[in-house]
Every structure is written in structure tokens, then in C-alpha cells.
Design a protein. Structure first.
Length: 346
């Protein structure tokens, strides 16, 4: 079964009883872990209880193909349903999973299958999308709007208030992984202590030195044609352990916002009106640079930059590649393109 995007969160919070198995796939490991935990807790109270939660890998399943169905239909010693977690899934186990799904019925143990990125033609992904008793849940790196919601809800749960300007600023600087967002919330809560009213200054002071925050300046410098500054930040975030793919996706998000705004301007909207339609809006301190980039970039060149970023990400995932070098070369090429555009406009 394939869920509409608007129905995903509702299903995660309260899965329907007719669903016997769920496939969680995509590049956002933090989101996968979070949804895996929420789905598990819909069945068992303690997700660390070895009697009610069993976990094994796809490699172990290949060694013992009957294990998935055996575990899914086994009866708990303590009564009630159990959770069966299958890690590191891929198309290699699609046939085994297919046989298990065909035998599962309502009331059997809840099967959660965890995978990485799966293309649309993946046999495992298509199996879950087409099954009547299973659901495929994509877990992609979230944009600023989604991260804003995660931050807002998490801070509300902790009893803290945050004005919109601080929320926009924080969301713009933790884009990439839900686990990063949760970590930044905990850091901010620790920083604030008993003071429940968070200000923009508090957010800047708390997350101002993080690698995630540096990505915003990195995007700005690349789009402005300032490669020496961008290279310095790139070296820092990579040394902090941030994956090159996360850097490339952050740039994709930034250039997509430029592309969308530029398209609106080409259709006759003025710059200010076009920028205001972005959700979240451009942070006020970043507006001058963003406006200059809109004047310097053409639609054709923005499309070329986005194509380069997507191609670079694909190369990073090839066996034997050096993602850091690939990322650096892509950023250099785009920064050079930006510099030429800025000079023509000057």
C-alpha cells in the first residue's frame, strides 16, 4: 500500500489493524529510527523488551529464510502481539518477504522492515506498495518547512516558547536529518534551563557554531560565487563528520528556492512578492545575498546548477568513489558559474 504524503504522519501515530508489515526506506536514518520507535510503541510498551521485540538482519534471514514468518506468527510468552524488526533489507530478500506477506493475517505480530534508499523499480519497494496488508513509508531528508514543524512540536513538548523569527532561523540551519533536529532541540533546552522563552539571540548563541548552521553560509557563498569562503566552510563541516551527500542536498534545497523564486519573477511577480511566497521565508539577515543571487542567476544556469548537484550526489554513491572530492568539485564549478553571472550583472 502506498500512502499519500498527507496521510503518512497519521498512519505512523496510529497504524491501522489491517496492516501486518511496514517498510521504512530512504536516506534519512534519523527519521527512520524515529518512525520505527513510534510504530513499535503502538504494539509494545517497552521497545527494548527482548521478549516482545525481536530484531535480525537481512543477512541472517538469507541464512534462514523461514525465520521471518516464524517470528511473525510466534505467540508471545506474555500475551499480545510482538514486534519483528528486519534490518538492512534490500531486493535480495524480496522473494522471502513476499512469501511471508502472503501468509500474514490481521492479529499476527507487527513486522517492521528497515531499508536504505530504494529506487521506484525496487522489487522490495513495489512489493510493499502493491500489497494490501503492508505499507511502504518513504523517509526522505526533510526541507525547512518539515523541520520547522518538528522543532516547534519538540520544543512545545518540553514547555518552551519560540517566536517565528527564531524558529525560521533554526529550521534553516538544521535541514538534513530529523535526528540532527532532535539533537539541536536538546542542546537548546539545556542552554535555556529554566528560562522558557527562547529568543533569536538564544538560538544564534546556542547553535551558532554547529556544522549544520555553517551549511547556510556555505550555500550563500557558493550561490554568490565566493568559493574561497565556501571551501573553508566545506572543509570544516566535512571534518566534523557531516556526509558530503548532506552538503549536496542542502545546496539542492537552497538552489531549488532560488529557482522557484526566479520562475515567479520571470512570470511577472516582483522580487519581494516572489520571495514572500517561500515557506519558510528567507531569514532577514540572508535577504540581501539572496536578492543579489536572484539578479545574478538565470533560470538556465540555476537548472544547470541543480543538475550538477544531483549528478554529484549520484556519483558519491558509486562504489569506490571519494564523496568529499566529488562534492568539492561540484561546489567549485557552481561557484565559478555564479561568479561569472555576478560579474555580468555588475
Amino acid at each position: 500500500m502506498k500512502l499519500a504524503f498527507r496521510n503518512i504522519e497519521g498512519f505512523v501515530q496510529k497504524p491501522t489493524p489491517d496492516v501486518a508489515a511496514v517498510l521504512l526506506y530512504g536516506p534519512d536514518e534519523g527519521l527512520i529510527r524515529e518512525r520505527m520507535k513510534i510504530l513499535s510503541k503502538s504494539v509494545v510498551e517497552d521497545v527494548n523488551d527482548p521478549f516482545n521485540v525481536v530484531e535480525f538482519s537481512a543477512g541472517q534471514l538469507l541464512e534462514n529464510p523461514s525465520r521471518l514468518l516464524d517470528e511473525a506468527q510466534s505467540i508471545s510468552m506474555l500475551g499480545g502481539r510482538r514486534v519483528v524488526r528486519l534490518r538492512e533489507a534490500s531486493d535480495k530478500i524480496a522473494a522471502i518477504v513476499k512469501d511471508a506477506l502472503s501468509a500474514l493475517k490481521e492479529g499476527d505480530n507487527f513486522v517492521l522492515v528497515e531499508a536504505g534508499e530504494l529506487p521506484p523499480r525496487s522489487a522490495l519497494r513495489q512489493l510493499f506498495e502493491n500489497a494490501k496488508n503492508a505499507v511502504a513509508l518513504p523517509c526522505y531528508v526533510e526541507d525547512e518547512r518539515d523541520i520547522s514543524r518538528v522543532l516547534k512540536d519538540a520544543l512545545k513538548e518540553e514547555g518552551y516558547n519560540m517566536p517565528s523569527d527564531a524558529l525560521v532561523y533554526m529550521a534553516a540551519n538544521v535541514v538534513g536529518d530529523r535526528a540532527v533536529a532532535r539533537s539541536e532541540v536538546q542542546k537548546l533546552v539545556t542552554y535555556m534551563g529554566a528560562n522558557r522563552n527562547i529568543t533569536l539571540e538564544d538560538v544564534i548563541a546556542c547553535v551558532g557554531n554547529s556544522a549544520a548552521l555553517s551549511l547556510d553560509d556555505l550555500s550563500k557563498h557558493v550561490a554568490s560565487g565566493q568559493f574561497p569562503e565556501a571551501e573553508r566552510i566545506l572543509s570544516f563541516v566535512l571534518s566534523e563528520g557531516l556526509p558530503a551527500v548532506t552538503v549536496l542536498r542542502t545546496l539542492q534545497n537552497y538552489f531549488t528556492r532560488l529557482f522557484i523564486t526566479k520562475a515567479r519573477m520571470d512570470k511577472g511577480e516582483n522580487m519581494e512578492a516572489a520571495m514572500k511566497k517561500l515557506k519558510p521565508e528567507v531569514f532577514w539577515k540572508q535577504k540581501p545575498a539572496f536578492e543579489a543571487q536572484l539578479r545574478g542567476w538565470t533560470m538556465e544556469n540555476l537548472q544547470m546548477a541543480l543538475n550538477q548537484l544531483v549528478a554529484a550526489e549520484a556519483k558519491c554513491k558509486q562504489t569506490g568513489s571519494n564523496p568529499d572530492i566529488i562534492c568539492g568539485r561540484a561546489l567549485l564549478a557552481i561557484a565559478q558559474m555564479a561568479a561569472r553571472g555576478m560579474r555580468r550583472r555588475a
